[in-house]
Write a protein that binds this ligand. Structure first.
Ligand code: FAD
Length: 187
C-alpha cells in the first residue's frame, strides 16, 4: 500500500516527533511510505488568488503539483499534528487550502461537493484537553475528518486523540506511543 504521512510540528524533539518516529518504525515493511514534513519543507501556507490568478485554476498550480501527485499516489493518508486553538496548525490548514482544491480534490455538484480522491486516512493529534470534554468541542480534528476528508472522498477516517498530553507522566506518554505502534502495525 502507498502510505503518505503529512506531518506538522516545528520541533524535531517534540512528542509529535516521537509519534512520527513510532508510526514510521511500525508500519509494515511492504508499504511504500512517503512523508510531507510541512515545517521542514518550509511550506508556504498562504492561499492566493485574484483576477489574474483565478481560483478555478488552482488545480493546475505548478508549485502544488508535487503534493497533488502525492495525494493521488496514496492509498492511506496519516496526519500527525498538535491541536492548537482547537484545530490544526495554520501550516496544515494552508496545505489543505492550497492542495485540496476544487477540480482536484472535489467538484461542486447540485447537492454539494463530490469527492474526487479516494483512500483511507488516520488522524493522530495531541492536546491537553481531557477526553471527557471532547464531545462538546467544536473541532479537535473533527473538521478535518468530517468536513474536509470525507467530502473529498477519503473514508474511512480513523482518529487517535492523545489527550492531556502535557499533564501525563512519561510512562503514560510511552503507553500512548505503544498504542499508536499497535495501530500502525495493522495498517
Ligand atoms: P511536547 O511539548 O513536545 O511534549 C509534551 C511532553 O512530552 C513533554 O514533557 C516532553 O518531554 C514529552 N515527551 C516528548 N517525547 C516523549 C517520548 N518519546 N516519551 C514520553 N514523553 C515524551 N491544547 C488544547 O487542548 N486545546 C487547545 O486549543 C490548544 N491550543 C494551543 C495553541 C497553541 C498555539 C499551542 C502552542 C498549544 C496549544 N495547546 C492546546 C496545547 C497543545 O495541544 C500541546 O502543547 C501539544 O499537543 C503537545 O504536543 P507536542 O508534540 O508539542 O508536545
Amino acid at each position: 500500500m502507498n502510505v503518505l504521512i503529512i506531518y506538522s510540528h516545528p520541533n524535531e524533539t517534540s512528542y509529535n516527533a516521537s509519534i512520527l518516529q513510532t508510526v514510521q518504525k511500525h508500519l509494515a515493511p511492504e508499504h511504500r511510505v512517503k512523508i510531507v514534513d510541512l515545517y521542514k519543507e518550509n511550506f508556504d501556507p498562504v492561499l492566493r488568488f485574484d483576477e489574474t490568478h483565478k481560483r478555478r485554476d488552482l488545480q493546475h498550480n505548478e508549485d502544488m503539483k508535487p503534493y497533488r501527485d502525492l495525494l493521488s499516489w496514496a492509498d492511506q493518508l496519516i496526519f500527525i499534528f498538535p491541536t492548537w486553538w482547537s484545530g490544526m496548525p495554520a501550516i496544515l490548514k494552508g496545505f489543505i487550502d492550497r492542495v485540496f482544491v476544487t477540480g482536484f480534490a472535489y467538484q461542486n455538484g447540485p447537492r454539494g461537493p463530490v469527492g474526487k480522491l479516494d483512500g483511507k486516512a488516520w488522524i493522530i493529534t495531541t492536546h491537553n484537553t481531557p477526553k471527557i470534554f471532547l464531545p462538546f468541542s467544536q473541532d479537535y480534528a473533527k473538521v478535518l475528518k468530517s468536513q474536509i476528508l470525507k467530502p473529498c472522498g477519503i473514508k474511512p477516517v480513523k482518529m487517535t486523540q492523545v489527550t492531556r498530553v502535557e499533564y501525563m507522566s512519561d510512562r503514560q506518554r510511552k503507553e500512548e506511543l505503544e498504542k499508536i505502534a499497535q495501530i500502525a502495525k495493522r495498517i
